[in-house]
Design a protein around this ligand. Structure first.
Ligand code: L3W
Ligand code: SF4
Length: 444
């Protein structure tokens, strides 16, 4: 069993209560940071840790914190992005539901480091039951003097609010989230200015993922240098993965970054192998937004090295031979899954969730969905495959927010790696539309 930073006590009965959480060392980082460290010292420890944002982009957390503007007399905010909605992701929901005080502890320690006196947890609207769990835990923390005025007699004040979204995926994009939190429609803003300069209510704001914030207490308690010893290279620490698809043990796993992908898929400690002993066909390692990897590139990189569960190893060779660790939603496909159908399904999702502000995304996601629909339903033309690649290329890099790229990459990568399967659908429409029909040529 590898080291557990986030989930060590997650299955202790009653860990969602303040009493049990404290018995297991909870809120030690608040005592330590507020009573013995300056805010800048906390920021330094997070920088030293090498912690990278766990929401998808992997941006160094300490660096993001050090970008926070500090104009005199203007409030600063910390906003936790708990709007987890990427197809395949469920790690943040699981974590908040099981151990809400871990996130609250991270919010207090991180808000202190950033000089924020009001902070928010913006949670996906569908997760009302988790919002209630968080609200109950926040009320306990206020009653114990861990939130509110003069926390633990330190002179530091913090108010923490939970705000639900309305169920739009786009509100997980940090600037759309801020618009929504301000009570407006969740349309992404142009960047720069980044939220660190002009964020919530036009004030300097840090937006971090649940898991990033929840990693801070361990870093404060043990030191950034200890955290940096865990993991591999620039992928320090541990990471939560939401694992789903055709595996024997779907669920959320915390791993030390650097575990070989082969071990992750086949060992009983994690995914437990492919369901019913079938053949592995493909993996989407980081949520529906990232490129799909075919079986021959899952356990070995294009250079023939073992592929590891790390930011670097999963993106070797960019999107030609690699993918992205993304938000850690590991989706496994066996030999019975149809790549065309899955790609159409993703395209449908992105078209539905596009906010419609920029033409390449608004129009392009719609066209990709339509063209994939006709291929999947037996009405495709051979030129449709290149048309899809062309539309994806015209979206990529030409939009306000990353949703455009997120819609383009799954389509472009599926065609790159499974072109034969698309061609087969077009050449054999009557066969391809039969229930359960799958092209197996590339597996041979
Ligand atoms: C100040 C600068 N701040 C960058 C900050 C920026 C942001 C962070 C990363 O998209 C990805 C996306 C999805 N001064 C700065 C600066 N920052 N330069 O750093 O920025 P960015 O733009 O690289 O990423 P992003 O907009 O946060 C996130 C991918 O994640 N993704 C997401 C999945 C969905 C979920 C979910 O449901 N939970 O996470 C999966 O791969 O495609 O590429 O904070 O402000 N000079
Ligand atoms: Fe909206 Fe799509 Fe443009 Fe993002 S890329 S701002 S979701 S239209």
């Amino acid at each position: 069993m590898g080291i557990k930073i986030l989930t060590e006590h997650i299955n202790v009965p009653g860990i969602e209560t303040l009493e049990v959480y404290r018995k297991h060392g909870g809120y030690r980082s608040v005592e330590k940071a507020l009573k013995t460290m300056s805010p800048d010292e906390v920021v330094e420890e997070v920088k030293t840790s090498g912690l990278r944002g766990r929401g998808g982009a992997g941006f160094p957390t300490g660096m993001k914190w050090s970008f926070l503007a500090k104009p005199e007399g203007i409030p600063r905010y910390l906003v936790c992005n708990a709007d987890e909605s990427e197809p395949g992701t469920f790690k943040d929901r699981y974590f908040m539901e099981k151990t809400p005080h871990s996130l609250i502890e991270g919010m207090i320690t991180s808000s202190y480091a950033l000089g924020a006196n009001t902070s928010y947890i913006y949670i996906r609207g569908e997760l009302m039951f988790v919002l209630r769990i968080l609200e109950k835990a926040i009320a306990e923390a206020y009653a114990a003097g861990l939130l509110g005025k003069n926390i633990l007699g330190s002179g530091y004040d913090l108010d923490l609010h939970v705000a639900p979204g309305g169920g739009a995926y786009i509100c997980g994009e940090e600037t759309a989230l801020l618009e929504s939190l301000e009570g407006k429609r969740g349309n992404p803003r142009n960047k720069p200015p980044f939220p660190a300069v002009k964020g919530l209510f036009a004030s300097p704001t840090v937006v971090n993922n649940v898991e990033s914030i929840a990693s801070v207490p361990w870093i404060v308690n043990n030191g950034g240098a200890e955290y940096a010893k865990i993991g591999i290279g620039r992928s320090t620490g541990t990471k939560l993965f939401s694992c789903s698809g055709n595996i024997n043990k779907p669920g959320v796993y915390e791993i030390e970054l650097g575990v070989p992908v082969e071990e992750f898929i086949y060992s009983d400690e994690y995914c437990g192998g492919i369901w019913k002993g079938k053949q592995l066909k493909a993996v989407v390692p980081g949520g529906s937004s990232v490129p799909i990897l075919p079986a021959n590139l899952i356990t070995k990189t294009a250079a023939g090295e073992d592929r590891l569960m790390s930011y670097e190893s999963l993106s070797d060779g960019g999107f030609v031979s690699g993918s992205m660790l993304g938000s850690g939603a590991f989706i496994v496909f066996d030999e019975d899954q149809c790549i065309v159908r899955n790609t159409w399904n993703y395209a449908r999702f992105y078209h539905h969730e596009s906010c419609g502000q920029c033409s390449p995304c608004r129009e392009g996601t719609g066209w990709m969905e339509k063209v994939l629909h006709r291929i999947e339903h037996g009405h495709g033309h051979q030129q449709d495959i290149d048309l899809l690649v062309s539309v994806a290329k015209q979206i990529e890099g030409n939009t306000i927010c990353p949703l455009g790229d997120a819609a383009a990459w799954p389509v472009a990568s599926a065609i790159r790696h499974f072109r034969e399967e698309f061609e087969w659908h077009i050449k054999h429409p009557k066969e391809a539309i039969l229930p359960g029909a799958v092209y197996r040529g590339q597996l041979a």
